[in-house]
Design a protein around this ligand. Structure first.
Ligand SMILES: Nc1ncnc2c1ncn2[C@@H]1O[C@H](COP(=O)(O)OP(=O)(O)OP(=O)(O)O)[C@@H](O)[C@H]1O
Ligand SMILES: [Mg+2]
Length: 248
């Protein structure tokens, strides 16, 4: 039976989708069967980050409303062992109904995958709560900004409230020089304020932004600083006892 892991944040734009896409690829490279789910049904964009937008015909809303079955909506083997389930809502469809339908479907699909990784919308609303209810674990993503850190804590409180036992923190866009100069909160401070145990760190990496616009992920980029970080975090997700990847 696979594990369902939600990727949440509180504050928007901190890198949940970037993290989900890259972690999913590295998890599949570890021979895990992965279903990557775009659950940001109103503002979905994970297909663009994955560079597979042209392959999408049906979405989660079509499955929930029985316009097609899940097998038709899921894009198979985006990378070896990695399937993609596109979220998005069609005009007129009820979002609450679609989210409830996605949750039921993911529970059924648990047996087919090692990990179902869900890229959630930002915020702490009913969608995130519904997804947290079916999750075995949550990864809270934050940047080293006070505003994001506070919202990450609120997101963590939400998932702790839903009895998610395994909650871990990813700090994205880390700039060691700013930390050294005391111009950004240090990692211990971020852990204390989010009240979440650390899973990993991802550096600020201009290549992420540049290549993301072309649908190219970190593992495809030569000398990518962030690829090592995504790989390290993926190893730690699967329980490998590897030390935290430090890029400074
Ligand atoms: N480590 C990084 N270094 C540089 N840019 C990054 C990094 N991580 C993410 N970004 C950039 O930050 C922006 C927001 O990333 P992303 O869309 O993944 O955030 P999100 O949390 O999913 O946003 P939303 O809340 O809107 O869903 C994108 O332009 C992305 O390329
Ligand atoms: Mg996103």
């Amino acid at each position: 039976m696979g594990r369902i892991i939600t990727v949440i944040s509180g504050k928007g734009g901190v890198g949940k989708s970037t993290f989900s896409a890259n972690a999913a690829v590295f998890l599949s490279k570890l021979n895990k069967r992965i279903l990557l789910v775009d659950a940001d049904i109103n503002l979905n964009n994970l297909d663009l980050i994955m560079g597979i937008q042209d392959q999408i015909i049906f979405n989660a809303s079509d499955v929930v409303h029985k316009r097609c079955n899940a097998g038709k909506a899921i894009i198979k083997n985006v990378f070896d062992g990695l399937d993609f389930f596109p979220g998005s809502i069609n005009p007129g469809d009820d979002p609450t109904e679609v989210v409830a339908g996605i949750c039921e479907l993911l529970k059924e699909l648990k047996g087919d995958y090692d990990i179902i990784l869900i890229d959630c919308p930002s915020g702490v609303d009913s969608t995130v709560r519904a997804l947290a209810k079916i999750s075995d674990a949550s990864i809270v993503v934050t940047t080293p900004d006070l505003t994001a850190i506070r919202d990450a804590n609120r997101a963590a409180i939400l998932v702790y409230g839903e009895k998610t036992e395994d909650v871990r923190l990813v700090v994205n866009r880390v700039r060691p020089k700013l930390i050294e100069k005391g111009l950004a909160p240090d990692i211990d401070e971020i852990i204390d304020n989010t009240e979440v145990q650390l899973l990993g760190l991802i550096p600020e990496d201009i290549k992420i932004q540049i290549y993301s616009n072309k649908g190219i992920l970190a593992h495809q980029v030569k000398k990518s600083r962030s690829a090592k970080a995504f790989e390290n975090i993926s190893q730690r997700i699967t329980g490998q006892e590897v030390p935290l990847y430090k890029f400074w």
